[in-house]
Design a protein around this ligand. Structure first.
Ligand code: 9D3
Length: 254
């Protein structure tokens, strides 16, 4: 997979992708990530990437011409029509996008090539959205100062889904959000830390009992922190009964 990032802060990404799974995937040749300075595609002597909004208002807007030049020179395609045939995804990070989640990550992970455009200032000229962008994505309902941290999040989530990126010991499909529930609590040594005991069930070897305990903890944590997820998950009759019985006041950590 080839990932290009168009940004006015290319250095932001140097450190971000230099760690962990993303670094390993790049070293293994599974992905190549290139951050490009949008100013490199300006042609005026002040290298202007932004301008004042037509119709008035606060803030500046990213100009269309350097962004079109960047995407077209990186992909070799001219405009949306030509781009459409190539299978290249052009992703704009913007507060107006559809909200990113694991399903969107899985969809994008299937692409051979993705170009990310990081929004800045008040926004990006809408002709970019209409004629160049295949996916407008937000990472959630909070205000960032630009698309760069959002691009870092989206790239991280995608790269770990590339076959081979996680190594042989772990599978990306066996993870928290794919199950529809939050993860169960984890403990490691020592069995007692500052008087706090690891739950007894985990110290014994009863694997059926451990599996049941973990499922119940996942259910109660999901109900407490993400009730929206619980509505969409298929529960057994026994799980329903157990949840109905459990008193919210008895949640650990309450
Ligand atoms: C919708 C907010 N805008 C009107 C008041 C102002 C504005 C806020 C933040 C305009 C641009 C930005 C910069 N944010 C992003 O570029 C961005 C973002 C975000 O702020 N939150 C979640 N996901 C994303 S992806 C890109």
């Amino acid at each position: 997979m080839l990932i290009d990032i168009i940004t006015i802060f290319p250095d932001y990404f140097r450190a971000v992708f230099d760690y962990g799974i993303v670094r390993r995937a790049a070293a293994a040749g599974l992905v190549q990530i290139e951050a490009h300075d949008l100013r490199g595609w300006t042609i005026d002597k002040h290298r202007m990437v932004d301008d004042r909004p037509f119709g008035g208002g606060d803030g500046m807007v990213l100009k269309p011409d350097p962004i079109f030049a960047a995407v077209e020179s990186l992909t070799g395609a001219r405009g949306a029509a030509e781009l459409a045939g190539t299978g290249v995804r052009v992703v704009l990070l913007s507060p107006q996008g559809r909200v990113f989640d694991q399903r969107v990550a899985e969809e994008l992970a299937g692409a051979e090539r993705i170009v990310f455009i990081c929004g800045r200032y008040e926004g990006v000229d809408e002709r970019v959205v209409e004629m160049l962008v295949t996916d407008e994505i937000s990472i959630g309902d909070y205000v960032l100062s630009g698309g760069e941290p959002a691009a870092a999040v989206v790239v991280d989530a995608i790269v770990r889904l590339i076959p081979g990126a996680l190594g042989s010991e772990t599978s990306a499909t066996n993870e928290s959000f794919s199950e529809g529930l939050l993860d169960f609590p984890h403990y490691t040594r020592p069995p007692e830390f500052r008087g706090l005991r690891v739950p007894e069930v985990l110290l014994g070897g009863n694997h059926a009992e451990i599996a049941r305990w973990r499922r119940q903890k996942a259910l109660s944590k999901t109900r407490r922190n993400r009730p929206d997820l619980l509505e969409r998950v298929a529960l057994t009759e026994a799980e329903r009964a157990w949840l109905a019985e459990e008193e919210p006041e008895n949640f650990s950590g309450e």
